[in-house]
Design a protein around this ligand. Structure first.
Ligand code: GLV
Ligand code: MN
Ligand code: MN
Length: 412
């Protein structure tokens, strides 16, 4: 089957969505349920409607746009990604998997293809952890990994709860209704930029994901003793900022010496109070991201970081509150799907290689309910989570083409 991808139209849609941002171009910021996020959702829903897809929205705001298949008794197939964006992001992360999937569906429709299984385009709520500290909020609930009761206790930094945010955004129903049954989908395929340099370096058009690395996140609140920067002598200090700095260095050491080259540790949030140059920090707020493809070394590094945090705080007379926000296992992709997509690439004369995803994705949690894999496309220098993130229209076109062929194969 020949699918003609409307590359220029897709690029215009990607650009239009990028313009819906909390910050001026080229920066894209769309934090969950912000005004920009709500406008972004409305934009995508409008495009889905135009493409003839009926959509529904669940209690946490996951959007499901459906192309009805001929046999409604069969579990549908699903594709999709996210449109929320961390502060100071670019325009391709997540978006290629949403608007690209929409274009794949439109191209299949135009080609005359009619699916036997329905095809759902899923736009997941909050793949990014910005508002509530926990990534993949929508897919965690869908996959049953985050219990509804626990989700209901989530609060943002200003103390505003998920319950309040989602109701304000117009989400109806209880969070327990979000969970999908096991095998409720027959497969889930996510198109995404690689967010790493390998495909570009090796001049390969498509990455087919075999495994998604295991992420974890810690939140630490350190409470020391503040005081006058001139008057409080050094031996008498309990500086929460310095305790945080030492812990950040311990994160680096734990990742460097885990024994696995794939362990990465980042203290991505580090805030001190009161934040005055002539005042000793009495409080520090840290959020730490620790990942690995290998669960054993990730868990050992995580324990090492926690041990160091306790040691540092004890030695410095600083009170520590440490919460594990998430500690997830890796996901193994379906070998049959990986093989099928390799075959599609071969048939399309598109170069491909199997690879690992070091970033997490909604696929990590969709793996709880159905077979999954991901289709990666190159991005310039591997840049992501920054405004100069870039994939060319030609690279996107190939990804969409492979996705379209895959959706056709698994839905017929
Ligand atoms: C997802 O955005 C991640 O941080 O891997
Ligand atoms: Mn991201
Ligand atoms: Mn993403």
């Amino acid at each position: 089957m020949k699918t003609l991808i409307a590359t220029a139209q897709l690029q215009r849609e990607i650009d239009s969505l990028a313009a819906i941002s909390e910050n001026p171009s080229p920066v894209v910021t769309r934090v969950l349920f912000s005004e920009a996020d709500l406008r972004g959702r409305a934009f995508v829903k409008k495009l889905c409607r135009r493409a003839g897809l009926a959509w529904r929205e669940d209690a946490v705001g996951n959007i499901f746009a459906r192309w009805e298949g001929a046999d409604k008794s069969l579990p549908p197939v699903a594709t999709g990604s996210h449109i929320d964006a961390i502060p100071n992001a670019g325009k391709y992360d997540g978006v290629v998997g949403v608007l690209g999937a929409l274009e794949a569906i439109r191209a299949l429709k135009k080609s005359g293809f009619r699916p036997k299984r329905s095809i759902d385009l899923v736009i997941f709520t909050a793949e990014e952890p910005t508002r509530f500290g926990i990534g993949c909020l929508g897919s965690r609930l869908l996959g049953g990994v985050l219990p509804a009761g626990k989700a209901a206790t989530l609060k943002d930094r200003d103390g505003k709860s998920l319950e309040t945010w989602r109701k304000q955004a117009g989400c109806r129903g209880g969070l327990s209704s979000v969970r999908l049954p096991k095998n409720g989908y027959s497969a889930f395929i996510e198109l995404h930029i690689e967010q790493g340099p390998i495909l570009e370096k090796e001049n390969i058009s498509i990455g087919i994901v075999e495994k998604i690395a295991a992420p974890s996140t810690l939140r630490l609140q350190l409470t020391g003793v503040g005081g006058h920067a001139g008057a409080l002598l050094m031996p008498n200090r309990h500086d929460a900022g310095l305790a945080g700095a030492e812990i950040s260095l311990a994160v680096e050491q734990a990742a460097l010496h885990s024994g696995s080259p794939d362990t990465v540790g980042t203290t991505g949030i580090f805030k001190i109070e009161p934040g005055a140059v002539n005042s000793v920090p009495y409080r520090a707020h840290l959020e730490i991201d620790l990942r690995d493809t290998n669960l054993k070394t990730r868990n050992a590094a995580l324990k090492q970081v926690e041990k160091s945090a306790h040691e540092v705080c004890k030695r410095r007379g600083v009170k520590l509150k440490l919460v594990r926000l998430n500690v997830d296992p890796p996901a193994i992709c379906d070998a049959g799907l990986v093989k099928m997509i390799s075959g599609i690439c071969r048939a399309q004369k598109i170069s491909c290689k199997k690879m690992i995803s070091r970033a997490y994705h909604d696929s990590l949690f969709m793996a709880q309910i159905c077979p999954i894999t991901m289709i990666f496309i190159p991005c310039r220098k591997g840049y992501s989570h920054r405004p100069d993130e870039y994939s060319s229209p030609g690279q996107i076109e190939k990804g969409v083409r492979v996705l379209a062929q895959t959706l056709a194969a698994i839905s017929s």
